[in-house]
Design a protein around this ligand. Structure first.
Ligand SMILES: Nc1ncnc2c1ncn2[C@@H]1O[C@H](COP(=O)(O)OP(=O)(O)O)[C@@H](O)[C@H]1O
Ligand SMILES: [Ca+2]
Length: 411
């Protein structure tokens, strides 16, 4: 298997195996168990408390319920105050204590995986944050798998999100599998993952990852781009990525001409503003955005004819601009993002309401989809935040993967 799953202390491992064998052999009690998965994202920390039911050891666990809560900002904002960062996690963990019956605490694993925000921090600072969280988990009454407070790599992130969506849409169990691809646009990184049906060109082959889930093997195409999340892209477009000069003013034609403001990301304060009215608008903004995207991304041809689910900032910006309903989600075409970007950017000089970054964000999303990944104007995207009332996050895939690795762990 590609991934080294969480390694467990022997006593914990045995404890868990006992727990699972109890689960699968007792017929009369309701076979409920729980899993706590933290998503330490670049813009916020989220807890997902999953309730599973296991009817027999031969069947995959059934997902019964999810409880979800989040806090902002993310752990990376506490780069120089790791204890304070861990306090935000404590608040969420207390919620798990209120939700999960105390009889199940010691058999409920708690895991935190950090994504691009921590990937971008200096290693020592990221480790200091993770150590504080690890300490907090060890003091808690929950089962703490060894090495389960970690920075997840981007490959894992894409694959686990793919597992979540294809589980929730019923594709992982279907005999005639017609899996869907995923597009996740986070604050600091972005992922594209799908199951190829045709041979990929040599340049794309290196992004193939073998993966096993629920007794099936897959060879997924998955590629994570660090620094191409929406907020990191803002900095790249402004020419401020990696910049530490807090006195400098960064300008872009994607921003309202009269704008002068400050924005904090990853613990650094950036000053930013617009340009002269004559150079403001969609065309010049698109040209600026292309500089950070062109020839930077792999373009597997097959994606143009496949179904993709898009979430995170694809979803949020589509909701912000009325393209889809905030609860229901919806289906849009790639060109709908372009039309909306055009409209918002052309109105920059007239109005200054809402987010000053809206024109830049929509233009970036358009360019990323078209010039970055190579989607057609008419490619359809399914925008979903929840499927069957469950968050479309990589965390569910991670919880399944954890359960699977616990069951197959050697005695
Ligand atoms: N549970 C969730 N379900 C759906 N979208 C989420 C969830 N958690 C975060 N998001 C979205 O993720 C985006 C932020 O990405 P984030 O996870 O903070 O960054 P990164 O993945 O780059 O570390 C936002 O659009 C936010 O709405
Ligand atoms: Ca994320």
């Amino acid at each position: 298997m590609l991934f080294s799953s969480c390694t467990f202390l022997m006593s914990q491992q045995n404890h868990f195996q006992n727990f699972f064998s109890q689960v699968s052999t007792s017929l009369n009690i309701s076979n409920i168990f729980y899993g706590i998965m933290f998503d330490a994202g670049s813009t916020g920390t989220r807890i997902h408390i999953y309730t599973f039911m296991q009817k027999s050891s031969a069947e995959p666990p059934h997902l019964d319920n999810e409880i979800f809560e989040s806090v902002k900002p993310g752990l990376s904002a506490y780069v120089d105050q790791p204890e304070q960062g861990a306090e935000t996690v404590r608040g969420l963990l207390d919620m798990a204590k209120q939700t999960i019956p105390s009889t199940h605490w010691s058999s409920t694993p708690v895991v935190l995986k950090a994504t691009a925000g921590l990937r971008l921090l200096p290693e020592q600072k990221a480790q200091a944050l993770l150590s504080e969280v690890q300490e907090l988990f060890e003091e808690s009454p929950f089962l703490v798998p060894d090495e389960c407070v970690s920075i997840m790599n981007g490959t894992y992130e894409g694959i686990l999100a793919w597992v979540t969506i294809n589980f929730l849409t019923g594709q992982l169990y279907d005999q005639n599998q017609r899996t869907v691809g995923i597009l996740d646009l986070g604050g600091a990184s972005t992922q594209i993952t799908f199951l190829p049906q045709s041979t990929l060109k040599a340049a794309s082959e290196k992004y193939i990852s073998p993966f096993e889930m629920f007794n099936r093997s897959y060879k997924l195409y998955t590629h994570s781009y660090l620094g191409f999340g929406l907020k990191a892209a803002r900095l790249a477009i402004l020419g401020a990525l990696g910049g530490k000069d807090e006195s400098r003013m960064y300008r872009s034609s994607c921003l309202p001409p009269s704008l002068k403001a400050e924005w904090k990301f990853g613990g650094i304060n950036y000053k930013y503003g617009g340009m002269a009215e004559e150079v403001t608008g969609f065309q010049s903004c698109y040209a600026e955005v292309l500089k950070v995207i062109r020839e930077k991304l792999d373009q597997p041809a097959e994606i143009r004819s496949r179904t993709f689910y898009a979430f995170s900032y694809y979803y949020d910006r589509a909701v912000d601009t009325g393209m889809i309903d905030g609860d229901q989600g919806g289906i849009i075409l790639v060109k709908d993002f372009e039309m909306k970007a055009n409209k918002v950017c052309e109105a920059l000089t007239e109005t200054n309401t809402g987010s000053p970054f809206l024109c830049m964000d929509l233009t970036y999303i358009t360019a990323l989809l078209k010039e970055g990944f190579g989607f057609y104007d008419h490619t359809e995207l399914q925008l979903k935040k929840k499927v069957n009332n469950i968050e479309t996050s990589w965390t569910l895939g991670a919880a399944f993967h954890l359960i699977q690795s616990l069951r197959t762990a050697p005695e």
